[in-house]
Design a protein around this ligand. Structure first.
Ligand code: PMP
Length: 364
């Protein structure tokens, strides 16, 4: 069967080339007579796979030597707890910038362990903009770190620049935009991202942590599985890792490199999203509520005629008939949403725009 254009926010489309490689190697990896799924994670073969995955990941992001890369499990939600558990380091509060659903949920989770200093919260204006940093509340001396979400997957807002952290470690959830553009890693204390959008299959969570932060004193009751130091000391193999998702992520990293790396990903993601936003802005039928300067390059929410539920339901149904899948918005905000991560080709965006034009002609 022909592959569809999948606009899901995650698990999302993966590059066909990477899936094809996985398929070719499924039963027999490099003439060893077994699948990667069947290999011991302690063996030489899997060791060589891991070494390459980390090398490619470091190269793509130009990760400096004073940062450790960890491959964990538990998704980004686990990080909502692991960040305060590991980084409070004796402090009783942390600063959170809340610019969408995931920032809100991360602060809620952290509030089990510390006081939250909300330096910004855009909930009242439905998370459709990112106020300039000078308009934020001050970070307090006793805040252990500043946490923010670089791209809010549900709301479709993305930081254009890295915010100032005023000497505090900057902790960033890049779940939906890591590997979609170059990042200056030196500005960050910790970056984390679940894999299922741009990095690979669900099951791996990537972390980039500055080495000095591995020395922070974790909260007393923190389980071993939740301690960064434990994972770093054991090269992310404290327990049996999700070996197959690691391997497929490695194939995705190779694909990104072959395409020209993160500059090229950024160029493509801008071209795709600019085209889609230009179409939406030129129409009286579709609407995107996000301020232009804060629009996400990878998650494009939109409504029809101010949010007509019948028309939106018809849109989802008819788009699926055209093999344009998963355009329904997140259950918390409704509406529609096109997630157009690295693996979505321009042809997918073109097909979506053609469909949107046709739908408007028939229902407008
Ligand atoms: N943060 C962001 C920005 C996300 O988009 C998501 C998932 N959509 C999460 C956190 C939670 O990730 P997970 O389901 O892997 O825990």
């Amino acid at each position: 069967m022909e592959r569809v254009f999948n606009f899901s926010a995650g698990p999302a489309m993966l590059p066909t080339d990477a899936l094809q490689r996985a398929k070719d190697e499924l039963l027999d990896w490099h003439d060893c007579g077994m699948s990667v799924m069947e290999m011991t994670h302690r063996g030489k073969r899997f060791g060589s796979i891991v070494e390459k995955i980390e090398r490619d990941f470091r190269e793509l992001l130009a990760i400096p030597d004073n940062y450790t890369v960890l491959f964990l499990h538990g998704g980004s939600r686990s990080q909502f707890a692991m960040v305060p558990m590991n980084l409070l380091n004796g402090a009783s509060s942390a600063a959170y910038a809340i610019t969408g659903l995931w920032g809100d949920l991360s602060a809620q989770e952290a509030s089990r362990y510390c006081n939250i200093n909300e330096v910004v919260n855009t909930k009242d204006s439905r998370c459709t903009s990112i106020p300039d940093a000078p308009d934020w509340q001050p970070i307090h001396d006793n805040d252990a770190y500043l946490h923010y979400v670089d791209n809010e997957t549900v709301n479709g807002v993305e930081f254009a620049n890295v915010p100032a952290s005023h000497g505090k470690p900057l902790v960033c959830d890049m779940s939906s935009n890591l590997l979609t553009r170059p990042v200056d890693i030196n500005k960050f204390g910790l970056i984390y991202a679940c894999a299922q959008k741009n990095l690979g299959p669900a099951g791996v969570t990537m972390l980039i942590i500055r080495n000095d932060l591995l020395q922070c004193k974790a909260l007393e009751f923190t389980p071993s599985m939740f301690r960064y130091k434990e994972h770093a000391d054991k090269q992310s193999m404290y327990n049996t890792p999700p070996t197959y998702p690691w391997y497929v992520s490695g194939l995705v990293f190779e694909w990104v490199k072959e395409q020209g790396g993160l500059q090229e990903m950024d160029k493509r993601n801008r071209a795709k999203s600019d085209k889609l936003y230009a179409f939406i802005d030129g129409s009286d039928f579709y609407d995107n509520p996000v301020r232009v300067s804060a629009r996400s390059r990878v998650n494009v929410p939109f409504t029809i005629k101010g949010g007509d539920p019948d028309l939106e339901a018809a849109f989802v149904k008819e788009s699926e008939e055209q093999h344009l899948m998963n355009l329904k918005g997140h259950r918390f905000v409704g509406g529609l949403r096109a997630s157009i991560y690295n693996a979505m080709p321009m042809a997918g965006v073109d097909a979506l725009i053609d469909f949107m034009m046709d739908f408007e002609k028939r229902h407008g």
